[in-house]
Design a protein around this ligand. Sequence first.
Ligand SMILES: O=C(O)c1ccccc1NCC(=O)[C@H](O)[C@H](O)COP(=O)(O)O
Length: 213
Amino acid sequence: MPATAKICGLTTPATLDAAIAGGASHVGFVFFPPSPRHLALDRAPSLAARVPDRIHRTGVFVDPDDALLDAAIAAARLAVLQLHKTAPARVAAIRTRFPAIALWPVVAVRTRADLDAARPFAPLAERILYDAKTPDAAALPGGMGLRFDWRLLDGFVHPRPWLLSGGLDAGNVGEAIAATGADLVDVSSGVETAPGIKDVDKIAAFLKAVRLS
Ligand SMILES: O=C(O)c1ccccc1NCC(=O)[C@H](O)[C@H](O)COP(=O)(O)O
């Protein structure tokens, strides 16, 4: 089965349409004001309306409160919540509040020991997202084009289905899929010309590389 891809941090109709036309299985909308990819709630409904229901609208959050989740889920008709820096107890509460929405807690990886953080999410998550750990002082917990050593996943017994993220682009995603066996990959800055500026040609090239993997 070929791998599929999520294009993250989409904020314009043209780039969203490029992700849809290129065969993305998931599109990501970031709800985090410090991010250059932040999507204001009032812009979400018109973007979400462009997305066929077979493509999973994914909201990206950093330890969100219920008010933000309620508003973003309604505005963007989200099918998946990607949860950065969200503790297992909080993910459990979100699971209870939104039983019909898929949850993807993020495990930030720099060392093999970091993977242990995946285990407490096992009963709560549809997938675990492995992303590169950003520096402690970084403004963002993701979307920085950083890659972790994919060999850290060798032999790891994944507690749930998972996806691979961090520093991927059209030039390395085939190697990443071959090295890790990922069936779903996620990209943001690798399909941009500058932080927050997505590029339709880079999106098409990335999705083609995933298709050919
Ligand atoms: O992209 C952001 O600005 C962002 C902000 C806050 C939390 C998460 C964010 N992005 C998460 C993603 O899903 C990215 O696609 C993932 O970290 C990979 O990013 P990149 O290495 O740039 O492809």
